[in-house]
Design a binder for this molecule. Structure first.
Ligand code: FES
Ligand SMILES: [Fe+2]
Length: 453
């Protein structure tokens, strides 16, 4: 690349056309530097509260060399520890082979090497032949290393930096705009993960914009327009659909099909989405869409169809004890369809379901990532299915996701070409891309978007 435009210095400038060099996606040095500069500094979504309902329940969460134990240490108390024994460094809780993380219940954590034992508060309670250390083994020297843990939206969030600011502060304005959707009440319908052949940012950027829909998912074009906006939101970003004036709530995820007969196209879109993506909708919504043809006359105006569909699905769910939150349409419009929580989580929210993506580096290899997707919905009390993370080969994911996968590894390879001059994201529809790199550059000290002159 010869000409270098001016670096984007303030977030407001992200509305301009910019270019981003490939370093953050393909450089080994950059990938190594991320460990200290990024992953050990930020709040990370590490699990779900319902994964550890009882005292003593724990899960582990790994990012590169760091492994963290998150434990329900009391009825209303959570603790997180570095998953490493202070004696000689054995990892305390191993991840069973082939699984995403360890999960279980413990009264004590006992190290498998020499038996040092820790209670749920992380204090060391047993050391064989402790007297041999001549009184030097203080509480400080023997306790498990503490990791910050907090909750929001029903998730467990951790931060490896003891000096990091609060989670509540970190998540704004995303948390404030998402709170009315009561994400903490949703439970997973399915959770899948896979080690994929691309950088975690390439994976994330396959899902953070609507620009790719018409080409990558052409089937959806029969159901309507998928032109949408992307906005910088401080550390985070969000996306939503464009909607005609007066139909602002159509910027949200539960939208109507287009065409002459929205009753029919809404049903077709819901049916297609359920069968081919199994995301972004629920059986209740699909069935309510199917009833539209019988319940409404042919010439019902689109806004009426939309109202009827959502009211009928809401009523059907209420009848089985599933109560959706009520969110003001103007708020729904502002919140959009999906949030990118810096750096590596996406929450695609609606009043009764959500789709969550999570991306992590794999062994500091810039060409690999751990890709996860989980789909949640509201269930009647006590009826949520028992799910766990299923390792799923790329060819076994829902077909719509496979269409996205088809781009991911190809982008990773393409970016290594000596002929590639850097990405040029759509300043309106893909603004989430430069938003991510603008924020990444503040942690990494390199890779800021540059304006295209
Ligand atoms: S390494 Fe854990 S007890 Fe020795
Ligand atoms: Fe896609």
């Amino acid at each position: 690349m010869t000409e270098m435009g001016k670096i984007v210095e303030v977030a407001d400038e992200l509305t301009a056309p910019v270019t981003i060099g490939p370093e953050a996606y393909i450089s080994e040095e950059y990938a190594k530097a991320e460990a200290d500069k990024l992953w050990r500094k930020v709040w990370l979504q590490a699990g779900r509260l319902e994964d550890i309902p009882n005292v003593g329940d724990y899960i582990t969460y790994d990012v590169l060399a760091d492994s963290v134990i998150i434990m329900r240490s009391g009825e209303t108390e959570l603790r997180a520890f570095h998953n490493v024994c202070p004696h000689r460094g054995r990892r305390l809780i191993d991840t069973p082979k082939g699984q995403r993380n360890a999960r279980g219940n413990k009264t004590n954590i006992v190290c498998g090497f020499h038996g040092w034992t820790f209670d749920r508060q992380g204090s060391c309670t047993y050391i064989e032949h402790q007297e041999d250390w001549q009184g030097k083994l203080t509480e400080e020297r023997t306790a498990l290393g503490k990791v910050q843990v907090d909750t929001w939206g029903g998730w467990l969030w951790i931060n490896l930096d003891p000096d990091a600011g609060t989670l509540a502060e970190y998540l704004e304005p995303a948390a404030g705009l998402l709170d009315p959707f009561e994400l903490q009440n949703m439970r997973p319908r399915w959770r899948k993960w896979v080690v994929f052949d691309c950088n975690w940012k390439v994976a994330m950027e396959a899902f953070n914009e609507t620009y790719h829909v018409s080409t990558t998912h052409p089937e959806f074009m029969e159901f309507g327009q998928f032109r949408g906006w992307g906005r910088n939101q401080g550390l985070h970003s969000n996306i939503g659909y464009d909607a005609p004036k007066g139909r602002e709530e159509d910027q949200a995820k539960l939208r109507l099909g287009a065409g002459d007969d929205p009753r029919k196209s809404t049903w077709e879109m819901q049916d297609f989405t359920w069968k081919n993506a199994n995301t972004n909708t629920t059986m209740t919504l699909v069935e309510a869409a199917k009833r539209l043809i019988d319940e409404l006359p042919e010439d019902t105006p689109a806004p009426e169809v939309s109202k009827h569909w959502l009211a009928s699905a809401r009523a059907a769910d209420e009848a089985r004890g599933v109560v959706w939150p009520v969110v003001d349409p103007s708020h729904t419009a502002k919140s959009g369809t999906s949030w990118q929580i810096f750096p590596n989580t996406q929450i695609g929210h609606a009043v009764n379901n959500m789709l969550v993506y999570h991306y992590r580096p794999y062994k500091a290899d810039p060409n690999k990532c751990i890709f996860e997707a989980s789909v949640y919905e509201l269930y009647p009390e006590g009826e949520a299915p028992e799910t766990d993370w299923e390792y799923t080969e790329p060819g076994d994911w829902p077909p719509v996701l496979q269409q996205d996968f088809a781009n991911m590894a190809a982008v990773q390879e393409g970016m290594k070409s000596s002929g590639f001059r850097g990405t040029q994201p759509n300043p309106y529809m893909e603004r989430t891309v430069p938003s991510l790199h603008y924020n990444l550059a503040r942690f990494m000290g390199t890779g800021a978007p540059r304006k295209i002159d």
